[in-house]
Design a protein around this ligand. Structure first.
Ligand code: AMP
Ligand code: MG
Length: 269
């Protein structure tokens, strides 16, 4: 499958209003068909992950970003359901602690990058340091401005050391966010997810959009590309992300380690 329509080409300026969050061009069938196909992809992902772990050479880092309610948690639940927890880790990034703030912004992130054979999923990431930080002026502009290049350099260090990086921006629109926030309020089982903070952040939608556009435009590279994933339709979002992850793992040409000849003569009695 060709995911170019969602991949941000290096150097290309992203306009989010030109990207349709309802797009479903890569799946012809029904929502139900897509759900079945996604389950098959999730099975494939589990098998590939086992080989990645057995080979223990390469690493995969998946970065999830998006506005509140865009579906970061849902994607992790759906796509990485069932993978072996010893080889797959989720690293959520919240408001930094004082300890974290007293270091450079990449310090806490670097500690969570995948080891050999691992898949790590970042639920938010170092990109918050050019998103929420920019929107709320948590550091002066002259500081956050320098971070785009620092991020590109940091990610280059990771890709130079056998890490594949996939960055997914879950693209929803403002109306969809309204519906999802309302659903969280209305349904008792979902209320725990509702945060007053999300309503306050919603007021900054345009500023976030601008900050995202800058981040996506400045930090998509050949080896660490951004994908803008249409995410108003949850089933489509999960299907596309699962497809990209499976295709990427296949492209990594992972294989089980060669059998050790010394083991051929081992007799267990
Ligand atoms: P959630 O992902 O919904 O649990 O929310 C985590 C919160 O932490 C969000 O409001 C983020 O904007 C915030 N956050 C994450 N990283 C940073 C950061 N580097 N600086 C400030 N706030 C952050
Ligand atoms: Mg939230």
């Amino acid at each position: 499958m060709n995911f170019d329509r969602y991949r941000v080409k290096p150097g290309k300026r992203v306009k989010l209003t030109k990207r349709d969050p309802n797009d479903r061009a890569l799946f012809e069938g029904s929502k139900e068909d897509a759900a079945i196909r996604t389950l098959e992809l999730v099975d494939e992902l589990e098998e590939l992950q086992e080989v990645l772990y057995a080979e223990s050479k390469q690493k995969l880092l998946i970065i999830l970003q998006g506005m509140d309610t865009a579906g970061k948690d849902g994607t992790i639940r759906l796509v990485f359901d069932g993978v072996n927890p010893s080889g797959v880790k989720v690293a959520p990034f919240k408001k930094p602690t004082d300890e974290e703030l007293s270091r450079d912004f990449l310090w806490r992130v670097h500690q969570k990058v995948p080891a050999r054979g691992e898949i790590v999923i970042f639920n938010r990431s170092h990109y918050e340091d050019v998103l929420v930080v920019r929107v709320h002026s948590l550091v002066p502009k002259r500081i956050w401005k320098t971070r785009y290049q620092q991020i590109v350099d940091f990610e280059k260090l990771l890709t130079d050391t056998n890490t594949r990086i996939l960055k997914f921006f879950l693209h929803i629109d403002r109306d969809e966010q309204k519906e999802r926030l309302q659903a969280r309020l209305a349904e008792p089982d979902k209320q725990w997810k509702f945060k007053m903070q999300d309503v306050a952040e919603r007021a900054h939608w345009d500023a976030y959009t601008k900050a995202y556009e800058a981040a996506l435009s400045k930090t998509s590279t050949e080896s660490a590309p951004w994908y803008v994933i249409p995410s108003n339709l949850k089933w489509y979002r999960s299907y596309v992300i699962a497809s990209i992850v499976v295709e990427t793992l296949k492209g990594m040409k992972i294989r089980h380690p060669d059998p050790d000849p010394a083991l051929a003569s081992v007799v267990i009695d």
